[in-house]
Design a binder for this molecule. Structure first.
Ligand SMILES: NC(=O)c1ccc[n+]([C@@H]2O[C@H](COP(=O)([O-])OP(=O)(O)OC[C@H]3O[C@@H](n4cnc5c(N)ncnc54)[C@H](O)[C@@H]3O)[C@@H](O)[C@H]2O)c1
Length: 353
């Protein structure tokens, strides 16, 4: 298969820290073009990665004959993704799929009409540590409690880790003027009774969708939401129903001041506990650790398994390439991402108001 020619729409933080470097170094890909609202960012990123096409209007990039796939790395995905799908391009879309089910459905309908491959960038699902730990968890037949914990520091805390190309020459009003439109979609998704919890919902989609995706990957979909509590305006606690005798506690929030990344998926069996500890996603090649505590020959044993230095963001691109090549469905499908938005809505609506 010839290298896949990728048009990158949105050259902000996650594009610069992760995606562009892997699209450049993996031989399966060529960066066919880059697009950003900021002309300076486009020019500097285009120069850095030798992108032949550089533009500020995504329509110019995603409709080109010499583009096979589009990476949607903007905050708002639907309009870019739909135009690209209609032009017959395969899609890599960052998470969350959208801010409402309506948006997710529009993208899914366009992808189905076009018959293209489309995948959501839930990179943790491609992390070798996660794959190993989730396989261990699936082998346990007596898991009673599952716990997903993700307390993140303010999203600006990791900015000193790298130097981003930024500029203030995006069209006047961006991104501030986009906020009311995004908020309106978040409110509509929640419905009038819970519309005031829009900040918590946004946090759950932006940060917690990763946690819902790793939970779904290991244990499938919950039967329902039993309880939710807004601990603060940025912190949520929920209990999910995983059938008789099995519950999942979800603790997710932003605002911690911890100097390390505090995110784990843990499965508690009767004599074994398996925990996957995730690294800071903005640190390339940081390994994920699996810890297994169990009874062995009458003694408590704790094994810590540093699984691999392979990078989840790199592996998700390899998977995308394989799916486009052989037409197989991506592990992180749009349907799953839609189900995560649906679950997030149910979790917020379970809060007593
Ligand atoms: N997988 C992860 O761990 C992870 C981490 C961070 C962000 N993300 C996701 O990646 C996406 C982008 O996040 P970010 O932190 O890089 O945001 P960002 O604001 O740093 O970057 C977004 C970029 O898109 C550009 N843009 C916006 N609208 C555009 C348009 N219509 N046409 C062209 N360019 C446009 C902006 O100018 C900006 O440079 C979001 O969906 C976010 O949820 C994922």
């Amino acid at each position: 298969m010839q290298p896949l020619r990728v048009g990158v729409v949105g050259c902000g933080q996650i594009a610069q820290v992760m995606h562009l470097r892997f699209l450049e170094e993996l031989p399966q890909f060529r960066i066919a073009g880059v697009c950003d609202l900021s002309p300076t960012v486009v020019e500097r990123i285009g120069e850095r990665y030798g992108a032949p096409v550089r533009c500020t209007d995504y329509a110019e990039l995603v409709t080109r004959n010499d583009v096979d796939a589009v990476a949607v790395l903007t905050m708002e995905h639907a309009d870019v993704a739909i135009m690209a799908a209609e032009a017959g391009k395969h899609l890599f879309i960052e998470k969350p799929i959208g801010f409402s089910l309506t948006e997710a459905d529009r993208i899914i309908a366009a992808v189905e009409r076009a018959g293209v491959t489309a995948m959501i960038g839930y990179m943790k699902r491609y992390d070798p540590g996660y794959e190993y730990g989730a396989a261990q968890m699936r082998q346990m037949d007596d898991v009673r409690l599952i716990r997903v914990h993700d307390f993140a520091v303010d999203f600006t805390a990791h900015l000193p880790l790298f130097t981003l190309v930024t500029a203030d020459d995006a069209p006047p009003g961006y991104p501030v003027e986009r906020q009311p439109a995004i908020e309106a979609r978040l409110r509509e998704a929640l419905g009038p009774s819970h519309a005031d919890l829009v900040g918590l919902f946004s946090m759950l989609l932006m940060l917690g969708s990763h946690d819902l995706a790793i939970l779904r990957g290991a244990f499938g979909a919950p039967a329902g939401v039993l309880y939710s509590d807004a601990v603060s305006e940025n912190e949520l606690l929920s209990v999910l129903d995983y059938g008789p005798g099995r519950r999942c506690v979800v603790e997710v929030g932003v605002g911690s001041e911890l100097l390390w990344w505090d995110e784990q998926l843990t499965a508690y069996g009767r004599d074994t506990i398996v925990e996957i500890g995730f690294p800071n996603p903005f640190v390339p090649y940081a390994p994920t650790t699996v810890t297994i505590r169990s009874n062995e020959d009458g003694a408590p044993v704790r094994k810590e398994i540093p699984v691999s230095h392979q990078e989840a963001f790199r592996r998700e691109w390899e998977h995308f390439h394989q799916c486009v090549g052989d037409g197989s469905p991506p592990r992180t499908s749009l349907a799953e991402a839609r189900a995560d938005v649906e679950l997030a809505i149910a979790m917020i609506r379970a809060i007593a108001v």
